[in-house]
Ligand binder design. Structure first.
Ligand code: ADP
Ligand code: MG
Length: 626
């Protein structure tokens, strides 16, 4: 699990004090489970390839010393190219035979190296990509479980960027960071050993360049991280802007705000450009300094090496070998220098992913939580509930309410009174600041969230539809439902007629957020979904506000049947919707101001009565019960 040393998540800035190294190791262990065999094989092949690469300068050295020069070749080569060898049938001159052998050697080294590099890259990149896959799935899974309080304070675009792009950090660490660093270190050691055996003074001079290189890397570590973080934050702001504008595209176009949105987007895009530029300048500046250090090293080695040939301490072939190795020596040093940068910039992404991963849902199962004991109907009681969003002003104040099982409670009141909030608390989208909510006497904080939500079917004030067919949208809460059940739920919600009239019927694709449908049609599909779920508690938040009077009447008739044997809460603005309710509660400013049957409330002659008279003075509301 997430190590306890991480601090609690704070709204999206992702500032962690955790070191880059610990962070990357932690992530790689998290995502690399089950990959150790693949990693070992890939790494072995890669190291073998690096070993073969170290042989590269040898054929040339031997050509210079033993073919062109007079130095005798090694015993093995000598045996291969003189009297008894099959080569002598083709080449009478042993020097030409040796030359042929060495040329074949050059090609063979390349072929071996190429083949092994391709193989190891394939194995290791596949590992890296699978790590990204695992991290993404994990992050998405976590993200959709976070409480609404988290999502209220985080933009969708930001989370989108973290799931889509920041998750590549594990691949960067692995495939562009750790693996190249390992091979580079291996190569460095190999070259060092070979060079030391040839000339230790020269080797030490060449290696001395490593010290300022390492100092440079350490100095640039902090500014590089900061700039890289800034750049990622700007990029994520861009995706938030695009997301928000496109989601609200109707409003943008209807109010003619395209110019304004373009300008706003341009500002953010410009910020990102500048952040990227600042990062790039720092990177290329450091590359220039690295290049200069490398050139300095080469100069020293050429100087000393040539002097040693002049004084007769080294052969020409040795110098060829040394210069080749010096050239090869700087390559892994350079790799190590850039590896640090890669790891740093991946760490910026990693910290952003971690910030999401360690955000804990405010609403979660208590340690001893059990499933709520099943019942066909629940008594609901709100006991002294107070609640506020994000420490702002209180929305509900010391509210108490009893709803007996099988009853229908209507909640009316002006908008902003806290009606939807009450439903949010019952579903545990948020937990109350004070007080408790009981279902059949069980505190909903002591039962599992899943079992609680299983008991409730809700029609949200703003219907949420998914980009899929009507059939799948209705069956969203009960994917195993038969087509007959789906159809009869749609009939109850007064949706069957318009669905059948669509060219594709129940299999019609309704587009993102159901844009192909009217507000009332969306509402009815959302209602069919709730009916299909057939849960003991039914909550309807202003279900008829988007419906015409005729559809409303149809729906209310269906409700008669649906309410039987369930506890129902209807939140409504239109009083015609609540005529079937057993009791009515008036909510105002987060407090219950009136409560009773329709007749009782009319007799009290207060807010409810006034509301009733403004809505029904010409056509009195038909009252069924009360
Ligand atoms: N997610 C939220 N974050 C902060 N404040 C909210 C949130 N949702 C609602 N509110 C505020 O809480 C109050 C009650 O809202 P709500 O319960 O939706 O009212 P109603 O459904 O009665 O119209 C309003 O003042 C609203 O601005
Ligand atoms: Mg509401």
């Amino acid at each position: 699990m997430i190590p306890s040393l991480f601090k609690r998540f704070t709204t999206g800035d992702g500032q962690h004090t955790l070191g880059t190294w610990k962070l990357s190791v932690w992530f790689l262990r998290l995502c690399g489970t089950g990959e150790s065999t693949k990693i070992t094989v890939g790494l072995l092949v890669l190291l073998l390839a690096s070993g073969v690469a170290l042989l590269q300068p040898w054929p040339l050295k031997l050509v210079v010393d033993s073919v062109l020069g007079t130095h005798p070749p090694t015993t093995l080569l000598n045996n291969l190219t003189t009297v008894d060898s099959p080569l002598t049938t083709f080449f009478t001159n042993p020097k030409i035979a040796l030359l042929f052998l060495l040329c074949v050697g050059i090609l063979l080294i390349q072929v071996l190296m190429g083949g092994m590099t391709v193989m190891s890259t394939y194995i290791l990149v596949a590992v890296g990509l699978r790590m990204v896959f695992r991290l993404r799935c994990r992050l998405f899974n976590h993200l959709q479980r976070l409480s609404l309080a988290f999502h209220d304070t985080t933009t969708v675009g930001d989370s989108l960027y973290r799931v889509t792009w920041d998750t590549y950090c594990v691949q960067s660490w692995f495939n562009s960071g750790i693996i190249p660093a390992l091979t580079a270190s291996f190569t460095l050691v190999g070259i060092g050993v070979i060079m030391l055996s040839l000339d230790w003074v020269l080797t030490l001079v060449a290696l001395a360049i490593g010290i300022p290189l390492i100092l440079l890397i350490r100095t640039l570590d902090q500014p590089m991280t900061t700039r890289s973080m800034k750049f990622h934050e700007r990029e994520s702001t861009i995706s938030s802007r695009v997301q928000e504008t496109l989601t609200g595209i109707r409003a943008v176009q209807a109010f003619g705000r395209e110019q304004f949105e373009s300008q706003r987007f341009q500002n953010h895009a410009h910020d990102s450009l500048m952040a990227n530029l600042r990062l790039t300048i720092l990177q290329s500046g450091s590359q220039a300094v690295v290049g200069l250090l490398l050139a300095l090293g080469t100069t020293l080695v050429v100087w000393i090496g040539a002097s040693r040939v002049l004084s007769g301490h080294l052969t020409v072939g040795d110098v060829v070998l040394l210069v080749s190795y010096v050239a090869m020596l700087y390559k892994p040093l350079e790799t190590l220098a850039y590896t640090a940068t890669t790891i740093q910039s991946a760490a910026a992404s990693g910290r952003r992913v971690l910030a999401l991963l360690e955000a804990t849902p405010d609403v979660r199962d208590a340690p001893e939580a059990v499933g709520i004991p099943a019942s066909s109907a629940y008594a609901i009681s709100f006991e002294n509930i107070s609640f506020q969003y994000n420490n702002e002003r209180p929305v509900l104040r010391n509210l108490s309410l009893e709803i007996p099982p099988d009853h229908c409670m209507a909640i009316v009141g002006p908008s902003g009174a806290g009606k939807t909030t009450l439903a949010n608390l019952l579903l545990r989208f948020y937990d109350p600041t004070e007080g408790r909510i009981l279902l059949n006497g069980h505190d909903i904080r002591h039962v599992t969230v899943q079992s609680l939500r299983d008991q409730v079917a809700i029609v949200l004030q703003e219907p949420v539809l998914f980009c899929s067919t009507i059939r799948e949208n209705i069956a969203y809460g009960l994917p195993s439902a038969s087509f007959e059940d789906i159809q009869s739920a749609a009939e109850s919600a007064g949706a069957h007629r318009f669905i059948s009239a669509l060219p594709g019927g129940y299999d019609t694709e309704i587009g993102e957020r159901g844009v192909m449908l009217s507000g009332g049609q969306r509402q009815r599909i959302a209602m069919a979904r709730a009916f299909l779920k057939d849960a003991p508690i039914l909550i309807m938040d202003e279900p008829t506000s988007a419906l015409d009077t005729e559809t409303e009447q149809q729906l209310l008739q269906a409700l008669d049947r649906l309410m039987k044997g369930r506890t129902t809460i209807i939140i409504a603005h239109r009083l015609s919707t609540i005529r079937k309710a057993h009791r009515i509660m008036v909510l105002q400013d987060g407090q219950i101001t009136e409560q009773g049957t329709h007749h009782e409330l009319l007799q009290q002659g207060q807010g409810y009565a006034r509301l009733y008279h403004t809505q029904f003075d010409n056509h009195p509301m038909p009252i069924g019960q009360g």
